[in-house]
Design a protein around this ligand. Sequence first.
Ligand SMILES: NC(=O)c1ccc[n+]([C@@H]2O[C@H](COP(=O)([O-])OP(=O)(O)OC[C@H]3O[C@@H](n4cnc5c(N)ncnc54)[C@H](O)[C@@H]3O)[C@@H](O)[C@H]2O)c1
Ligand SMILES: [Zn+2]
Length: 339
Amino acid sequence: MKKLTFKFSYSSADYYFDSGVSQLREIADQKNSVIITDENVFDYHRKRIGQWKVIVLKPGEEFKVQRTIDSIIGQLIALEADRKTTLVGIGGGVITDITGYVASVYMRGVRFGFVPTTLLSMVDAAIGGKNGIDVGVYKNLVGVTRQPSFILYDLVFLNSLPQSEWINGFAEIIKHACIKDGAMFEELESGSLTKFENRKNLLRALVRRNALLKTRVVQKDEFEKGERRLLNFGHTIGHALENQYKLSHGQAIAIGMTYACHISEWVNRFKETDRVTRTLEKYGLPTYAKFDAQRVFEVLKMDKKRERTEINYVLLEKIGRGVMKPLPLEHIRSVIQQL
Ligand SMILES: NC(=O)c1ccc[n+]([C@@H]2O[C@H](COP(=O)([O-])OP(=O)(O)OC[C@H]3O[C@@H](n4cnc5c(N)ncnc54)[C@H](O)[C@@H]3O)[C@@H](O)[C@H]2O)c1
Ligand SMILES: [Zn+2]
């Protein structure tokens, strides 16, 4: 099977782009592996993974918590999993985050790999080695940074993906294009959701391009001291909105990116806000939203990226070039309130 190997600070990861989940056997010994997945993935794709030892979790972010980890550990003990066991997370970002985390603590660490099954996990969550869980209202508060041994891509999983999850994935893809890849942005501008859904070759190339883009950013800055923070484009206001309104992650960061573009106009003389908002809308994402600016601002003040009265913000210089800038909180407040 064709693979690409990427080196990180303490380990390397093999990516298998053009493969099928049936080839999982070649990288994970079936006898010594346990699959972790959720009910949705298992129900749709039972014939692909039913022959393996499988732990099936309830789907949803609300299960990305310590209680689920405890239950998985109990099941691993029952399955007699030991240091030679490989854990394979087959699912969206919730499953890959959980799998990477439990594999890092069970017996002080066992081998693990991912088969991402949502567009978002293919281009984002499965990549970069951040694995963790939520604690109360705090998302991803507890976790580790540890790279998977492998990521296997099989686009067949996307056949069952609901439309809303396609849209979530495209929010992160548009984010990647905005901060790092102007040419990909043009491709997105001229393409459409249906075009990518229906033309497997285009989709395959897009997934690969995004996976490589994020991987390169992580390789330069695995522990998020600088460059990796660019991946938070749209996420500052996005997270504040996601917590307070019933929005999907993709919707929230799409609005966040729109506002970040406007702040970029002020600070960097960025001139391409219209292109960004038109593209977001083309992929079914919201841009401007009525929200309580004061409430969002209160959450921003508590943002972990805040340093005193300034906040490190990801802005655009142009499409394809993101930059980090410390901004006075007051400045952000006035932009939010004027829009
Ligand atoms: N570790 C990281 O760097 C990183 C980056 C981005 C996001 N994340 C995390 O990822 C999570 C979001 O990921 P997600 O959007 O993939 O969410 P998810 O895992 O909850 O999947 C979304 C929904 O799609 C279902 N699903 C998954 N694959 C399917 C398929 N092939 N067919 C039909 N249904 C399917 C799931 O059961 C779920 O209901 C969040 O918890 C977020 O914190 C982590
Ligand atoms: Zn995100």
